[in-house]
Design a protein around this ligand. Sequence first.
Ligand code: ADP
Length: 267
Amino acid sequence: MKSYQVKVGSKVDLNKWDPDGTHSYDGDKDSAKAAFARLNQKLERFQEILYAEHKHKLLIVLQARDTGGKDSTIRRVFEHVNPQGVKVASFKVPTDEEMDHDYLWRVHKVVPGKGMISIFNRSHYEDVLVVRVHNLVPQKIWEKRYEHINHFEEMLADEGTTILKFYLHIDKDEQKKRLQARLEDPEKHWKFSLGDLDERKLWGEYTKAYETMLEKTSTGHAPWYIIPANRKWYRDLIIANILVQTLEKLDMKYPEQTDDLSNVIIE
Ligand code: ADP
């Protein structure tokens, strides 16, 4: 399968990353769905072993523009995993208490513990995205954050956390279609925010902010993947595939039973 990983230290021009790409599936949605179902089963099993072994920690960071598909990725890719072993943390506009602290304070509290998977729906990267685009803090403050974030993630990795970061890449036309669909369906109105239209006007500024983020913070211990996300079925397939490949490499095992069970009789 094609590599969607951002190479460490490379330049990123998002125009050169095809949001429509379906690579080897070439639009073949049915085989992709079958492959996805197999990956989902593997994911279910790996997550059980991760939980049982109580050794590794997995952090998944999802970033995307509005309507980029973070919610549906979580719903679909993690459809079969045991909710006991997975926590989703959503990062909204910081509360007053969060604002009184450094920007990683609210993040560190929700990183995964042993045996757990944490999914970040938005993340500390908002502090170099929305914060940069809207000048919420001066440049001399936000430009230092790439380095802080790299150090923070390196520390998490050194302490046993596997980190995967996915940027769900859609284009402006696809966003228009998705916003339009929300507008036309009263049951989707709750997802529609007039603020999304203001953010859409800043498409170019966000592109720059995303490109810098991808260039400066894709590291060996916490790589970014740019996922073609115009087609949801392909997006899900690629993410599930990267997760399964990563979990396979952890070489996890169910814990050994220390008691001798050979003579146990249950009456
Ligand atoms: P979502 O779009 O993730 O489904 P919301 O519609 O509630 O959820 O949007 C959350 C909002 O919070 C986004 O506009 C995002 O940019 C904003 N946000 C998140 N983190 C920060 C931050 N650190 N500073 C300012 N705004 C933030």
